[in-house]
Design a protein around this ligand. Structure first.
Ligand code: NAD
Length: 360
């Protein structure tokens, strides 16, 4: 065969036939970020680069110089920067579909209500608010505005926790008898987490992950709560909020769950679930990455190999899909309200030293 009748081996305009040129998605949902603090700057803004359906279009911040710098880095038009007084005029901005509230906890309710009034869908950071009444008001406002309200429980969108939920709920461990969860860190001042006025405290900030996990692993609402807390007098960090909170929840099926959270320990974020036939352990359960899921039965232990994802990109894409399709998110306002009910009961148990019954 001569060179002339044989096909070229590597023509410059060809690539392997299995390589598909990606199609741009039909529509990306436009997002505005409210509050440019640690979470927004270190996790959420970079995660847009991994989203398929969410794009960053606007910023809301009380610090114009910071907002301008961030806008330049992420290609946001400077005209799309708002401050807290011009926030309501976001109603006139058709490029913004979703507002993501990443402010101190005490500001979640106000900025959610204003965002809904502006006709936007809301993703609100955890804890949803500082009281059950605020949560109820936010849910009612979303209904009136006919807009979606999702709470940013990122672990419901990452594969390790999702797998743990599946195994617990499908009975693979048998009947669930006991659970334990720890979420602790050593929080230094200044920090919004140490301010009661801003809705801080270890229970609201990190303990919420333990109690949310107990609820999502069992699929039940607790009926009984007992708790204790320690607020050291000799550490000025804990002038307003406790250092450590420990609590126990009893669920209708009889599962007993024990959680503890602290702002005074080295980082520890994990849970264990024990059933009649087996148990599971999730290491780094509440961290941004590094989850390790170990399953045990009477004979052996094995580690499950799952591909990790960026939690923030996964939750933002999920909500974008909900906004595009009109389907409700996996973690709507009702989830945040359910957690606030338990937090309120834990606080009552600490205050009274008594077991508190919860109506389901
Ligand atoms: P942060 O203190 O770093 O940021 C708070 C932002 O709010 C700052 O930009 C600050 O300027 C602004 N702000 C506006 N008014 C303020 C006021 N009166 N006082 C103080 N700050 C004010 O906090 P963060 O760590 O980014 O946390 C913000 C929210 O995100 C909290 O609700 C927290 O619970 C939540 N969060 C969630 C996760 C998660 O994994 N889902 C992780 C961290 C924080």
């Amino acid at each position: 065969m001569t060179k002339a009748d044989s096909p070229p081996l590597a023509p410059s305009d060809k690539q392997p036939p299995h390589v598909k040129i990606p199609e741009p998605p039909a529509k990306k949902v436009g997002w505005a970020i409210v509050g440019l603090g640690q979470l927004a700057i270190e996790e959420v803004l970079p995660a847009f680069g991994q989203c398929d359906l969410a794009k960053l279009v606007a910023l809301v911040s009380g610090h114009p110089e910071k907002a301008k710098k961030v806008a330049a880095v992420y290609g946001v038009d400077p005209k799309q920067i708002y401050d807290y007084s011009s926030y309501d005029t976001i109603a006139e901005n058709p490029a913004v579909d979703v507002i993501y509230i990443i402010l101190p906890n005490s500001m979640h309710a106000e900025y959610t209500l204003r965002g809904l009034k502006a006709g936007k869908h809301i993703l609100c950071e955890k804890p949803m608010a500082t009281s059950v009444a605020e949560c109820e008001q936010m849910i009612a406002a979303a209904k009136t505005a006919r807009r979606q309200l999702m709470i940013a429980y990122r672990l419901r969108y990452e594969p390790f926790n999702v797998e743990a939920i599946k195994r617990c709920r499908e009975g693979q461990l048998g009947k669930l008898k006991t659970m334990r969860a720890t979420n602790g860190q050593n929080t230094q001042a200044p920090n919004i987490r140490l301010s009661q006025t801003l809705g801080g405290g270890p229970l609201q900030d990190v303990g919420i992950y333990c109690l949310n996990a107990f609820r999502y692993l069992t699929g039940e609402e607790p009926i009984e709560v007992s708790a204790t807390a320690h607020q050291p007098k000799d550490d000025p960090r804990f002038r307003e909020v406790p250092e450590t909170v420990a609590f126990a929840l009893k669920f209708p099926s009889g599962t007993i769950a024990q959680g503890d959270c602290s702002f005074g320990t080295s980082e520890a974020r994990r849970y264990d679930v024990h059933g009649t036939h087996g148990s599971l352990h999730l290491d780094s359960a509440f961290a941004y990455l590094g989850q390790r899921l170990i399953l045990r039965d009477s004979k052996m232990a094995s580690e499950l190999n799952l591909s990790p994802v960026n939690h923030f990109a996964a939750e933002m894409d999920h909500f974008s899909e909900c906004v595009l399709s009109g389907k409700e998110s996996r973690t709507p306002g009702a989830e945040g309200l359910a957690d606030l009910r338990v937090i309120t009961a834990i606080q009552e148990a600490i205050r009274t030293g008594r077991t508190v019954a919860l109506n389901t």
